[in-house]
Design a protein. Structure first.
Length: 121
């Protein structure tokens, strides 16, 4: 796609795309593991995080359909759900490796989304 046709700087969005992908994978792994450990809240937050991160990433991969307002809202949703999921998983991180990994991935996604939001503002 020729540069400048979308209003979206794909180079600056790349770290956010990668962080959303990593968070989606870690959260899916954590949700699956938590489901068998009677940790319903953690599993639910992880599943929601995976859904929001995946949807946001997929939207970023469609620059021809870029809408600044919609993208900003999706990244804000990633920040909100990522913070909630990280906080929940951090409570279990000392006894659960998958929660520790998920919390780290969520924090990285939050940081990357904030950075992307500030670079597109």
């Amino acid at each position: 796609m020729p540069a400048g046709t979308t209003g979206m700087d794909m180079v600056s969005m790349q770290p956010c795309i990668e962080a959303c992908s990593a968070a989606a994978m870690a959260a899916t792994m954590c949700a699956d593991a938590d489901a068998g450990e009677s940790m319903a809240r953690c599993a639910s937050l992880c599943a929601s995080t995976a859904d929001v991160a995946t949807t946001t990433m997929r939207m970023m991969l469609r620059p021809a359909g870029y809408d600044a307002s919609a993208m900003s809202s999706m990244m804000a949703a990633c920040v909100a759900v990522g913070e909630a999921c990280a906080a929940e998983c951090e409570q279990h991180a000392s006894m659960s490796e998958h929660c520790r990994i998920c919390a780290q991935a969520c924090r990285a996604m939050v940081d990357a989304c904030r950075s992307a939001m500030s670079s597109t503002a």
